[in-house]
Design a protein around this ligand. Structure first.
Ligand code: MG
Length: 268
């Protein structure tokens, strides 16, 4: 597939996020938009979804952005027809956070700081089983506040888990404030490197830059992409606005968001 297809997928993910969050009248829109490009790059031509036990794994540690993942699974034909429209409906497996039982969900997340520790275990298991499957993790920057994350970082460096690929959504925001004002994260890439990781700072909405970083040789080190993103990317009135962590869209905001996404979508 082409680079244009990767961008098309990201635009499709953004449109599904806006449409289905409006339909369900739920928030977490800005958090999902923040990772649309990261998810698109993974799903464009990287993650191996087939292959039984040897297929790649993906853990969305920032589970509140599940709609971005559902949107990619929908685009790739991995959901039942019409399933995306059941987002947050009674009885649907497409909950506001990912749940086991839905194809494409490898771990139920939402309790922050747990995705990377589980992924580290999955990566170690793959090594021991001599499988070449990779384990992808998409996590938030504020999850770096959690001690469990740093235990996992230390463990992965020690065990040289070069089959582990972590994309950190460094949007500088968390639920109710900016990360610099809650707990300043400092130089994340340097901290990870000090634990034996390959860690690169990358513009998080630039598919070419993301792909270049993902293709770089890490030797035998686990890989981290410190993706500098904008919360709410693609919908200008949401960008870098704390309130859009929780707010749902009303009719006029929905219409404005759709106008912007449609205008952007005309450019491949
Ligand atoms: Mg954040």
């Amino acid at each position: 597939m082409s680079a244009a297809e990767s961008v098309r997928l990201a635009n499709a993910i953004r449109r599904t996020i806006v449409d289905e969050s409006r339909r369900a009248n739920v928030g977490h829109i800005g958090s999902a938009l923040s990772i649309a490009d990261l998810i698109a790059v993974i799903f464009h031509d990287r993650i191996r979804l087939d292959g039984g036990g040897d297929r790649d794994r993906l853990i969305l540690s920032k589970g509140h952005a599940a709609l971005a993942l559902y949107a990619a699974l929908h685009d790739r034909g991995r959901l039942e027809p019409g399933a995306i429209e059941t987002y947050c409906a009674n009885g649907s497996l497409l909950g506001v956070h990912p749940e086991i039982g839905l194809e494409g969900i490898d771990f139920a997340t939402g309790s922050l700081g747990q995705g990377l520790p589980v992924a580290v275990g999955a990566a170690l298991a793959a090594k021991r089983q001599k499988s070449d499957r990779k384990v992808y993790v998409v996590m938030s920057d504020a999850e770096l506040n959690e001690g469990s994350v740093w235990e996992a970082v230390m463990f992965a460096g020690h065990h040289k888990l070069d089959n582990l690929v972590v994309l950190i959504d460094l949007n500088g925001q968390q639920a109710l404030d900016f990360t610099a004002d809650v707990i300043d994260l400092g130089d994340v890439a340097s901290k990870l490197a000090s634990f034996g990781w390959s860690a690169d700072d990358v513009p998080g909405h630039d598919h070419a830059a993301l792909n270049a970083a993902l293709d770089a040789d890490t030797g035998d080190r686990p890989r981290a992409i410190v993706a500098h993103t904008t919360f709410g990317h693609g919908v200008s009135f949401m960008e870098s606005e704390i309130k859009w962590h929780y707010l749902p869209l009303d009719d006029s905001a929905y219409a404005a968001a759709v106008r912007e996404l449609e205008a952007a979508g005309e450019v491949p």
